[in-house]
Design a protein around this ligand. Structure first.
Ligand code: ADP
Length: 823
């Protein structure tokens, strides 16, 4: 609007000037017409002729008096002319303007009187007229001064009138001149602005021309293919790079339908639709959407990937699409290669991590066996050298076990997605417990270990107790490890007004060089110091600690001076809670006490295994009798009644199955004493076969105290036993530990569904097919991963079952499934 107002103003001025000039012109014309009209002239002339005509009448009267016969005719003619002049004068508009004038009216009245008195004589006979002539002459004489006065008044008035008209015209003409001057001024202004507009237009077109030239230069030199198409889809510009990419020359491409030329057939329809939609509705999808990846087609029909961006532009008032395109064939290939490489690396990394996990896990079990056996070994008969060797084995075993545990912890921390469990606990108590448990280490390394609670009433907090304990143990353990004859001080303080508690572990040990300070948190990094060699760590402790702290929403920092000592500081969100929220101290899972002094017969040909069993039974308050083979066992059973029989299955001579059979068959004692099989057989078919005999339950080697405790508790039917009927101790499944509750629940649901389906499909009376065995094998794997050992047994049994016994196993599986997962 702002830019248009001068035009509106000009147009207004021009119109006003034109109207003004037009109006004035019309007035001039009207005035001129008035001036130019002959009527006034005629009247004034007629009036001025009145006296002449009267004189002519007088002459004619005089001539007629001289007895001129023809003279009377002339008198009549002249009388009529005078009459006509007077009538014309009276009837004219000009005359009416004079009517007010007394001289005029008197003179006119005199003339009319003269004429009125003359008319009857004029129209009468010649004698009558002749007789009237002398009187007529005297009337004419009397009338002459009046007629002159009339003529003079007419001329006078006419002159005045004319002067007025002329003055008016002159005023109008003056105004017209002003109007015309204004009009000319407006026209000049209009001309000036037109010139300015023209110049502006020229400058704009120059700029446009420059922009166009620049655009053309950019387009032609662009490394990207540039295509410009109109709204009909026809190509109007095609640069050099486009020629290279698509294989058409510019001449070939210009004017062609873009979709036919460079768009692969399968995309053509969509392209046309999109174009139509844009023209119809103005809706854009690809246009202005930045870079998109599509496909293009070369002259030879080859389809290739392109990256393009399309924008809208105006060219000569018409909308055009400007497309910048790039052939990204090699780029995609590189991306693909990179992705492959990454995937391979990830798979490799995963495989490595899996191997590490599995190996560590597999190593832990035999290691526990070795360490357990070492503990139970009676060293009284050994020489000092042998004892030292055994001590070395113990130390190395412990170290190896801690390394294996570290690796397992790290891999479980890497894959755990879930937030750790948050529960209320007593912070002060926990720290004091840790310090107490590490006092032994401190004494060993001649260090003073102290703890200082800087916030006086710390009170209970909520958080992940296990992680915190682990972190403190790791940091204090390290501090003690790398300090000799110094001090290790722990400080605990709530950061004022926050949920955070800050823990500081300071030592006066060897310290860490600045260049190593950032590395120590990396995995498998140990700094080469004499202490380190002495301690031979895995370099995982700090990595695990850092991850644990970060997973709990905290942070860990280290500060150190080489040779002076180190300070490890970490903050964890541990909001305070009420005392009431702390659960009663449950400690480790408490198992019920077994009947005091129960009598157990332990039968195993392997001395170590037997000893472990005997020792555990003793620990559990029982009394053990031992036999190293089946025959001795049968003999012992014939001698006394036992409360429980723990029978190894694989024994030289008669095996556990046969031994039990014979004990039962002897029908002397122990015919119904509960028997527990102790076996290293991994296969479930073996387990099934064992359980199919008279064994009540089965314990797997390497035996664990908890497993024996729970199995015996179950055997004796001790009240309050909160264990499953299986002989397998229920540990938190590895899967759950590793992948968290959410994935565990999902996998559980999926497996439940699969098992239900399996049970629905199978019938005891049907023969067991190979696919059935394979399915049972698959499901047993799933059950094992999820920690459902009973179901694992049942599926293993089916998998290995002879064709005839399959029905029974299926029945057992059904029962087991219903028991574990009631509808
Ligand atoms: P490791 O389990 O082998 O001890 P860590 O990850 O716990 O591994 O520690 C990595 C390295 O950091 C150690 O080898 C040691 O050199 C250094 N370090 C850790 N704590 C201390 C400390 N308190 N004083 C000196 N050095 C330490």
């Amino acid at each position: 609007m702002n830019g248009r107002w001068p035009f509106v103003l000009f147009a207004g001025l021009l119109l006003a000037s034109l109207l003004l000039v037009g109006g004035l012109g019309r007035t001039v014309f009207a005035d001129l017409r008035v001036l130019s009209t002959a009527q006034n002239d005629d009247v004034s002339w007629t009036m001025s002729q009145l006296e002449v005509e009267l004189l002519r009448l007088q002459n004619a009267v005089l001539s007629a008096q001289a007895d001129d016969a023809a003279g009377l005719g002339e008198v009549r003619k002249r009388f009529d002319i005078f009459y006509s002049r007077i009538t014309t004068t009276r009837q004219s508009a000009f005359f009416s303007a004079l009517a007010e004038d007394t001289t005029v009216s008197e003179s006119t009245a005199a003339a009319i009187g003269f004429l009125d008195s003359g008319i009857p004589r004029i129209d009468g006979s010649d004698e009558r007229l002749r007789a009237y002539l002398p009187m007529m002459l005297s009337n004419i004489d009397a009338l002459r001064p009046k007629v002159r006065a009339l003529a003079l008044a007419g001329v006078d008035h006419f002159t005045t009138q004319e002067t007025t008209d002329r003055n008016r015209l002159s005023v109008t003409l003056q105004r017209l001149a002003y109007g015309l001057t204004a009009l000319i001024a407006v026209l000049f202004l209009a001309l000036a602005s037109l010139i300015q507009l023209y110049r502006q237009g020229q400058r704009a077109s120059q700029k446009r021309e420059q922009a166009r030239a620049r655009f053309e230069a950019v387009v032609s030199s662009s490394l990207n293919a540039v295509l410009v198409a109109d709204t009909r889809g026809n190509i109007v510009e095609f640069n050099g790079a486009a020629e290279t990419v698509f294989g058409y020359t510019r001449e070939e491409a210009l004017g062609e339908d873009m979709s036919e030329l460079i768009i692969p057939e399968e995309l053509r329809e969509a392209h046309r639709e999109g174009l139509k939609r844009f023209v119809r509705t103005g809706k854009k999808r690809v246009i202005g959407a930045g870079r998109v990846r599509l496909k293009g087609m070369r002259k030879g029909g080859e389809v290739f990937p392109v990256e393009l961006s399309i924008s809208l532009s105006e060219a000569s008032g018409e909308t055009v699409f400007v497309s910048f395109l790039r052939d990204i064939t090699s780029e995609l290939k590189a991306e693909e290669d990179l992705k492959d490489a990454l995937e391979k690396a990830q798979v490799g990394e995963q495989a490595k991590s899996n191997l590490l996990t599995v190996m560590s896990h597999e190593m832990r079990t035999p290691l526990n066996g070795i360490l357990g056996s070492l503990e139970l070994m009676d060293q009284s008969d050994l020489s000092n050298v042998q004892k030292r060797h055994l001590a070395s084995i113990g130390i190395s075993g412990e170290l190896l076990l801690s390394h294996v545990n570290d690796v397992l912890d790290l891999s479980s921390l890497s894959s755990a997605e879930e937030m750790p469990k948050q529960a209320p606990f007593n912070l002060k108590e926990l720290i004091q417990d840790v310090v107490e448990s590490l006092q032994g280490n401190a004494t060993q390394s001649q260090n003073a270990l102290s703890v200082d609670f800087l916030t006086p009433d710390l009170g209970p907090v909520t958080g992940d107790r296990g992680s915190l304990q682990r972190c403190v143990v790791n940091l204090v353990g390290n501090a003690l490890k790398f300090t000799r004859g110094g001090s290790v001080a722990i400080e605990v303080e709530r950061l004022a007004g926050t949920d955070f508690i800050e823990f500081r572990v300071a030592d006066t040990g060897v310290g860490i060089a600045p260049e190593n300070l950032s590395r120590i948190f990396e995995e498998f990094v140990t700094i080469d110091t004499s202490f380190d060699r002495e301690n031979s760590g895995t370099g995982l402790g700090l990595a695990i600690t850092k991850r644990l702290i970060e997973r709990n929403g905290g942070e860990l920092e280290a500060d150190s001076l080489l040779g002076e000592g180190s300070l490890f500081t970490f903050r964890l969100p541990l909001p305070p809670v009420d005392d009431a929220h702390i659960p009663a101290n449950t400690g480790a899972q408490s198992l019920p006490a077994l009947p005091e002094g129960f009598q157990a017969l332990v039968v195993d040909d392997n001395d170590i295994n037997r000893e472990i069993l005997v020792d555990i039974v003793r620990e559990l308050g029982g009394y053990s009798h031992e036999a190293s083979n089946g025959y001795d066992a049968i003999d012992l059973c014939a001698e006394q009644e036992f409360d429980v029989l723990l029978l190894d299955i694989s024994m030289p001579g008669i095996d556990g199955l046969e031994t039990l059979k014979r004990i039962r068959g002897a029908a002397v004692r122990n015919t119904s004493t509960p028997a527990i099989a102790v076996t290293a057989h991994a296969s479930t078919s073996d387990h099934e076969a064992i359980l199919a005999h008279d064994f009540q339950s089965l314990i797997l080697k390497p035996v664990r105290r908890a497993a024996i405790h729970s199995t015996l508790a179950e055997t004796f039917g001790v009240a309050g036993v909160n264990l499953t009927s299986t002989s397998w101790p229920q540990e938190e499944p590895e899967f759950l530990k590793r992948f968290g509750l959410e994935r565990y629940t999902a996998a559980m649901q999926e497996t439940l569904d699969e098992i239900s389906l399996f049970l629905k499909d199978k019938n005891e009376s049907d023969p067991l097919t190979q696919p059935d065995r394979l399915e049972a094998h698959r499901l047993s794997g799933s059950a094992a991963v999820l920690g459902w050992m009973d179901l694992w047994h049942a599926f293993q049994a089916i998998q290995n079952a002879p064709e005839t016994q399959w029905g029974a196993h299926l029945k057992r599986l059904r029962a087991e499934f219903e028991r574990v997962f009631p509808e």
